[in-house]
Unconditional design. Structure first.
Length: 131
């Protein structure tokens, strides 16, 4: 197991894993796609709120929990569960927003699409490694 695979899925997606014979497509996407892209914290500020980056608060509000995996396949399975929870959460937010705030809805739809891509990549990785 390489060092980048032993870390969280978020970190793993940001690095090229030399242990894998292929790289999932979303891993090659730059972390910042555009200087004009609106990020959630920016949107919160635009709406008059104040983003809260306190790790304790973020952990309490999280829809997922950290579950340590016994091996690489377990870690990938747990990451896939977390991605699917994120997909469900973002889909619920999009439905809740409806047409009331199209700017925020587009932001959440973009995040939803990214999470769906991450989940697809993890499912494909599991299919390759599980055989």
């Amino acid at each position: 197991m390489c060092a980048c695979c032993a870390t969280s899925a978020t970190t793993t997606r940001r690095k090229a894993c030399t242990a894998l014979p292929w790289q999932p497509s979303s891993w090659s996407t730059p972390l910042t796609n555009s200087a004009t892209r609106i990020w959630p914290a920016e949107r919160i500020a635009q709406l008059g709120g104040e983003p809260d980056f306190n790790p304790d608060v973020l952990a309490k509000r999280s829809h997922t929990e950290y579950v340590p995996g016994g091996d690489l396949l377990d870690m990938i399975r747990e990451d896939l569960v977390a991605e699917r929870i994120a997909v469900a959460t973002y889909a619920e937010i999009v439905r809740w927003l409806g047409d009331g705030d199209p700017t925020t809805r587009r932001l959440i739809e973009r995040l939803l699409a990214e999470e769906e891509g991450h989940a697809d990549d993890l499912r494909n990785l599991l299919d390759r490694l599980d055989t």
